[in-house]
Design a protein around this ligand. Structure first.
Ligand SMILES: Cc1cc2nc3c(=O)[nH]c(=O)nc-3n(C[C@H](O)[C@H](O)[C@H](O)COP(=O)(O)OP(=O)(O)OC[C@H]3O[C@@H](n4cnc5c(N)ncnc54)[C@H](O)[C@@H]3O)c2cc1C
Ligand code: FES
Length: 477
């Protein structure tokens, strides 16, 4: 199940280690997550619900809780973002898991840190914000819950579209390495550090789970760049192991060099669905087909052409109606859609696949800003509920800024610019002279959204700005 030859990536695997899963020894490499190592060993069922339904990996970035396992006696550990260690005892659990009555966890005392600025999220938005702050001598603390920072970029093997200034033409993985290299020497970048909540306690305090202890970070200003999470689809069997979000499939293949299965059905022909289909083919996984509910392909035709060249059919006006299997995906039923997106009886077709990959859109990850009390609004064009923010990316809570996909689904290029704008606006608040830099960044962002693919976010941001004006003049509570 490990990918040994890849046309673009070379996998530098760590030291060989052994851990146990339900009492049996499993080999892994240092630097892999528990879920990735289990997938490499062919294990898909990670746990079970109280009623016995199997549970497996879905998002692979710590967002959905589908991969909870008991690790060294501690239940409900997210196995998709927890690195495997030599001698670790990993157990599947049933329902919420149990703690042995005799178990006494070793909890080290919490630590406290102070920071002028804290950034939550080490993707393109967060890292670009960090760089802009550094240019003015402000050193932020950056927290990212994934073991490898870089956000979505670390799994993008294709050359990016967008603007040259925002590194278009460079592969996503390389952009991530560049961004990290630009800040690494001067910024404290905590990876595997999940920001659990934000509290107004002796000032603004972030609670961060890091390296087995609680870190309390008192930060005067905050930039939230927490990205997005994958949308789900309703159909029977959608909870079977083997139904993955497209990002999870990418994480397994492109971060850990592990094949998610042998034959896939891709659901969604937007850019993500098309790009991930091509990446599956590059990893040696057969793609049985791509189904798209709309009458047109949503992504760039250049990506569609690459997939078609491999003989993969792209079926518009089609969807998945059922995933088949008892403990894992063994097949899927697709059907043509008629008026009202209803399946047309008699058009069902069964495919033999072990992966159903959902690429049906993203929704902003906004829990932290919501908890902070920022005013929110549902804006479909931006992917769902988003925090209202001004042109400088400041939310309705003074001193809390947002950037990137958590402020409305966009692209890495716009995420980087929004991160920069958030940092510059914050610097202006701190009294730094950055008006020239801000005056250059704002129009660059508008230019990026001028093309046909920028239309949705552009309209969404316009809607958001008019709501923000209503807040400013007291019309919106
Ligand atoms: C298949 C695919 C192809 C794409 N192709 C392109 C392209 O060609 N060009 C382009 O411009 N864009 C592309 N994009 C879009 C681009 O990758 C995203 O828009 C971009 O990564 C968003 O950046 P971000 O920093 O807002 O979020 P992310 O990249 O998602 O980063 C957010 C980070 O926040 C961290 N985080 C979240 N919550 C917490 C928490 N509570 N505590 C600590 N850390 C947290 C996460 O671990 C993550 O690392 C593509 C996306 C996909 C999925
Ligand atoms: S939280 Fe681990 S798969 Fe989603």
């Amino acid at each position: 199940m490990r990918i040994e030859h890849h046309p673009i990536l070379a996998f530098a695997r760590g030291r060989r280690i052994t851990f146990t899963f339900d009492g049996k020894a499993v080999e892994a490499y240092e630097g892999e997550t528990i879920a990735a190592a289990l997938h490499a060993a062919g294990i898909r069922v990670l746990s079970r619900t109280k009623g016995g339904r199997p549970r497996g990996l879905f998002c692979a970035i710590g967002k959905c809780s589908s991969c909870l396992m008991t690790v060294d006696g501690i239940p409900n550990v997210k196995s998709c973002v927890t690195l495997v260690q030599d001698g670790m005892r990993v157990e599947s659990q049933r329902g919420p898991g149990k703690i042995d009555p005799g178990f006494r966890p070793r909890v080290p005392p919490s630590q406290t840190r102070e920071a002028e600025v804290a950034i939550v999220g080490g993707g393109p938005a967060g890292l670009s914000a960090a760089k802009a702050l550094l240019e003015q001598g402000v050193k932020p603390l950056v927290f990212d819950e994934n073991p490898h920072p870089g956000g979505q970029l670390i799994k993008q093997t294709h050359k990016f579209f967008g603007s040259r200034a925002e590194r278009a033409g460079t592969r996503g993985v390389a952009i991530a390495q560049e961004l990290i290299a630009e800040v690494r020497d001067e910024v404290e970048l905590f990876s595997g550090a999940q920001v659990l909540g934000l509290y107004e306690d002796k000032g603004r305090t972030l609670a961060v789970a890091h390296a087995g202890r609680l870190l309390l970070v008192q930060a005067e200003h905050l930039i939230v760049a927490t990205g997005a999470e994958e949308r789900f689809l309703l159909f029977p069997g959608n909870d079977l192991p083997g139904v993955y979000g497209a990002g999870a499939v990418q994480t397994l293949m492109n971060v850990y060099g592990i094949k998610p299965g042998e034959r896939a059905l891709m659901v969604g022909a937007g850019n993500v669905g098309l790009i991930v289909s091509y990446q599956l083919l590059q990893a040696g996984v057969e793609v049985a087909g791509v189904v798209e509910a709309m009458s047109e392909i949503g992504g760039y035709h250049v990506h569609a052409a690459k997939v078609r060249r491999f003989g993969v059919p792209i079926l518009t006006c089609h969807t998945v109606v059922r995933a088949l299997g008892t403990d894992r995906v063994e097949g899927a039923v697709i059907a043509q859609l008629g008026p009202g997106f209803q399946p047309i009886p008699g058009t069902e077709r069964e495919l033999i696949v072990d992966i159903v990959c959902l690429a049906v859109g993203l929704t902003p990850s906004t829990r932290l800003v919501e908890q902070a009390g920022a005013k929110m609004a549902y804006i479909g064009e931006l992917g769902g509920r988003v925090p209202l923010h001004d042109e400088g990316m400041e939310t309705t809570v003074p001193g809390i800024y947002v950037a990137g996909d958590c402020a409305g689904i966009g692209e890495a290029s716009t995420a980087m610019l929004e991160g920069r704008i958030a940092a510059l606006s914050l610097l202006a608040r701190l009294g730094r002279k950055v008006s020239e830099e801000l005056a250059a960044a704002q129009p660059a962002l508008a230019r990026l959204r001028e093309g046909p693919f920028g239309e949705r976010p552009r309209k969404g941001k316009e809607q958001l700005q008019s709501l923000m004006k209503e807040v400013a003049c007291g019309k919106l509570p």
